[in-house]
Design a protein around this ligand. Structure first.
Ligand code: PGA
Ligand code: ZN
Length: 438
């Protein structure tokens, strides 16, 4: 019996910042009884200009961030369009949703409305098939389920996630040397605890930012990396590409002054042009075991990204250039990056894409082109753990969830612990770069 969509329900809930977001429940007729799938849409703060566009009410509720319009769009336009459709045919469901919206960036009904339905259908289909979501996702992609991904974990936060802190958004660690996923989590916990102790000893309160990273006042980028080095050593590890490696999300679009052509690092008292940023990043890769640099330049600086890749290739350093705002989980932009050599890795955020199918297509295109993939949470999340299943189902190799703190982050780390425990899927980590089918 085909699991047909019989009903779609939706309502407004609050995310980890206390802002409204869209939750959708989808019901399907299963083999013996009806099944239900629920998905909750995340939200970014440092959103890029090229993402699918979420819809906010802009009225006086919730500082204008209400999503009653998106909820109404699901109820009145999207639900009637997908009721009666085969829930296991995700491509047909998503085509119907896109068609009903009618705009490329899904701004008419709202990408949060469209993705809400798309995600809930995937969950309902997996439930009807009585298989885990990651196995259903793998089927949708026409592949075997993959390994548990290597996590990159935020320890220090700045930018739009920590008002008043350093402009650079995330300093992360990658437990490259841990042989298993549970060991990787233990390693990160040890480093994070050591960092917390150091911050307290230095007179800081260990308060956390939006993704659970600490946000002490930092006088320089080198101070942030030195803190990570000291914390790794305090925890009995080596800061190295073989043991505890580093990653950074510069999120440079958000401190770029386009008129002046300058990156304004006000907290550090510095202004840099593109060349200055390239020198800065190259310097980090020489001094620290940095294996991933995300959005080191503004979101449309294709040439700058390509220049950085060339420089890093020239030095032979194993550091991926990861595109977030640059690529916006958009196949067309990934295509452009492939032809121009602008990135070696793609950040994958389902709500930048707008549907499950678009997300799968981006991962597939990246894989064909030999780019690494990093499935990513947003800064505004709920305890929805869909991205954990997505990363395993697609054998993404890497995942970025935020810090080892706050329940909306732990829900995903814990889902991966569950998959690791139950399914013996293997682990992509234990080395840098991680293992994927390629
Ligand atoms: P965002 O941050 O969800 O606020 O965009 C995450 C990121 O930049 O990777
Ligand atoms: Zn980013």
């Amino acid at each position: 019996m085909t699991p047909t969509i019989t009903a779609v329900d939706t309502w407004e809930v609050l995310d980890s910042r206390g802002d409204p977001t869209v939750r959708v429940a989808c019901e399907v007729d299963g083999e013996a009884r009806s099944e239900r799938g629920v998905f909750t849409v995340p939200a970014g703060a440092s959103t890029g200009a090229h993402e699918a566009t979420e819809r906010r009410d802009g009225d006086d509720r919730y500082d204008g961030r209400g999503v009653r319009g998106a909820v109404a769009a699901v109820r009145e336009e999207l639900a009637p369009a997908v009721v009666g459709v085969d829930a296991t045919d995700q491509r047909a469901v998503d085509a119907t949703l896109e068609d009903r919206d009618g705009s490329e960036d899904l701004s008419r009904l709202g990408a949060n409305a469209v993705l809400g339905v798309s995600g809930a259908v995937a969950h309902a289909a997996a439930a009807a098939r009585e298989i885990p979501l990651y196995a259903h996702v793998a089927d949708l992609a026409g592949r075997e389920p993959g390994r548990v991904p290597l996590p990159m974990v935020n320890l220090l936060s700045g930018g739009l996630h920590a008002a008043g802190g350093i402009e650079i958004q995330d300093f992360l660690v990658i437990p490259a040397g841990a042989e298993t996923y549970p060991e990787a989590i233990e390693t990160v916990h040890a480093v994070r605890s050591a960092l917390r102790e150091r911050l307290i000893a230095d007179g800081h309160r260990p308060l956390v930012a939006d993704e659970g990273g600490f946000a002490p006042p930092l006088g320089s980028v080198d101070e942030a990396f030195s803190l990570l080095e000291s914390a790794a050593r305090d925890a009995g590890h080596e800061p190295s590409r073989e043991d505890v490696a580093f990653a950074v999300d510069v999120a440079a679009t958000h401190f770029y002054d386009a008129d002046a052509g300058q990156y304004r690092l006000e907290s550090l008292g510095r202004e840099l042009d593109r060349e200055g940023m390239l020198d800065l990043v190259e310097g980090w890769t020489e001094r620290y075991p940095l294996v991933s640099v995300e959005d080191p330049l503004a979101e449309d600086d294709w040439d700058g990204f390509a220049a950085l890749r060339e420089r890093l290739d020239g030095t032979g350093v194993q550091c991926q250039v990861l595109g977030d705002d640059l690529l916006a989980t958009n196949t067309g932009r990934v295509e452009r990056a492939v032809s121009g050599g602008a990135a070696s890795a793609v950040l994958v955020k389902p709500n930048q894409a707008g549907t499950v199918t678009r997300t799968l297509d981006v991962v597939e295109r990246a894989r064909q082109a030999g780019l690494a993939t990093v499935v990513s949470a947003r800064s505004g999340e709920t305890c929805d753990a869909t991205i954990a299943d997505l990363a395993v189902g697609l054998d993404a190799g890497q995942i970025k969830i935020g810090s080892l703190a706050r329940s909306e982050r732990l829900a995903k780390y814990n889902r991966l612990l569950g998959i690791d425990h139950e399914a013996e899927r293997g682990y992509a980590g234990g080395r840098w770069p991680p293992t994927t089918e390629g």
